[in-house]
Design a binder for this molecule. Structure first.
Ligand code: HEC
Ligand code: HEC
Length: 145
């Protein structure tokens, strides 16, 4: 069982169409693919569904989040937004799991990158067939007519 699982994983890796290094022979020298560039145009991207954590539209390189500092909060904290002109973390970020409002960011929301990610200009490896639910509703309504 374990061996069968392992061999499936290996086949997938060998068939990898994006990373030529994984396909290279042991004595072959290949050029590494270019690292994708981060998208940092400061333009807000539409959310694909209401509960989606918005994507980060700026660079986050070097922004530390650890026990002592949270670089994101230097701009996104309630008290910092006037100066930074960054959107405030929403009220859910101040709620504990019982729905109580805290004065400070909730520990549940401390590690921003758990939910908020920047994007790169990398080409999608597989076609994205995601359909926005608004489009689905419109389609369903048309079909009913
Ligand atoms: C130097 C200030 C600054 C820091 C630090 C910063 N941001 Fe931002 N952030 C902004 C500003 C300003 C915007 C508004 C769009 C823009 O100008 O890029 C923004 C936009 C965003 C948005 C988009 C919100 C939306 O409604 O679409 C997210 C998500 C976000 N930041 C997350 C983060 C995370 C996560 C970090 C830490 C890794 C971080 N930011 C650190 C200033 C900052
Ligand atoms: C557990 C997931 C999670 C974590 C961790 C998290 N967020 Fe969010 N964030 C969300 C979701 C979901 C939304 C959209 C719904 C909402 O506002 O609750 C959001 C919304 C936002 C927005 C948009 C607010 C608005 O009103 O437009 C900003 C800015 C933001 N988050 C920044 C941050 C920063 C900075 C951190 C870290 C200090 C952080 N978030 C941590 C899930 C998360």
């Amino acid at each position: 069982m374990a061996i069968a699982f392992f061999s499936t994983v290996m086949t997938q890796v060998n068939a990898d169409p994006i990373n030529p290094i994984l396909k290279a022979e042991i004595d072959e020298e290949v050029t590494a693919p270019e690292i994708a560039k981060p998208i940092k145009n400061d333009i807000k991207q539409a959310r694909n569904y209401p509960m989606q954590p918005p994507l980060v539209p700026h660079n986050i390189r070097g922004y530390e989040i650890n026990l002592n500092v949270n670089k994101c909060m230097a701009c996104h904290n309630r008290t910092r937004t006037e100066e930074s002109q960054a959107p405030m973390i929403s009220v859910t970020h101040y709620m504990d799991r019982d729905g109580n409002f805290l004065a400070e960011i909730s520990p549940r929301r401390y590690f921003c990158n758990q939910c908020h990610v920047p994007q790169t200009d990398a080409k999608p490896v597989v076609k994205n067939e995601f359909v926005d639910m608004e489009k689905m509703v419109i389609k369903a309504e048309k079909e009913e007519e």
